[in-house]
Design a protein around this ligand. Structure first.
Ligand SMILES: [Fe+2]
Length: 207
């Protein structure tokens, strides 16, 4: 029986050797969207939304990593509680990041992925490599949340204006609301109340 020919004569060689070190040009450039998709969303809308979502993605990835840094480096009497809380919020941010990145791909775009690109894109200020006190760690996290939340509110409104209801829903339900909840859990740790003996002076002006 004659040997079956393949289109590529190299493929006809049977070998257990993995073909490593392969390279080829990219199949889609960053900053573009697939031309036509059956989503009833025009290309310019998908371009704008994916660009905005990539900014939100970069900030969320940075916030996610800031939580892990805080989880590892936390110190002091509240170590155990905060060590666990920071890691819980980290895990929730992992899910948020995945939702945003997959929305970008769904809209025909290309999501940011690597740390180098995230570092060049995020609006969250770079923290030092050093360990910091708990109130500084929490303040840093709250400032990062504020950047994410502010962008969520803008982006959600814009998504409605351009008719991208899916992005509006994602930004409100899967990004904004979990971030608001995390802000609550964090900010309560910056309320100066006594641990063992009541102060007794009642409400005072914050200073
Ligand atoms: Fe851990």
């Amino acid at each position: 029986m004659p040997r079956k020919e393949t289109f590529n004569s190299r493929e006809s060689v049977v070998s257990a050797q993995p073909r490593i070190h392969q390279s080829a040009p990219p199949i889609q450039a960053y900053g573009t969207v697939s031309h036509a998709l059956p989503l009833e969303l025009e290309e310019p809308v998908r371009l704008e939304m994916t660009e905005q979502l990539n900014l939100l993605l970069a900030d969320s990835m940075t916030l996610r990593d800031l939580y892990k840094k805080s989880h590892w480096q936390v110190a002091g009497p509240t170590f155990y509680q905060l060590h666990l809380l920071f890691d819980k919020h980290f895990s929730e941010q992992v899910e948020i990041v995945d939702e945003i990145a997959e929305r970008i791909q769904l809209l025909g775009g290309v999501s940011l992925a690597m740390a180098h690109d995230v570092a060049e894109t995020t609006r969250i200020p770079r923290p030092p490599r050093d360990r910091e006190e708990v109130p500084v760690q929490i303040s840093r996290l709250l400032d990062a949340h504020q950047i994410v939340i502010g962008h969520c509110r803008q982006l959600a409104r814009r998504a409605v204006e351009v008719g991208d209801d899916g992005t509006n829903d994602l930004v409100i339900s899967d990004v904004l609301r979990p971030n608001e909840l995390q802000v609550w859990f964090l900010s309560e740790h910056l309320v100066a109340v006594p641990l063992a003996v009541a102060d007794g002076s009642g409400m005072r002006k914050a200073g």
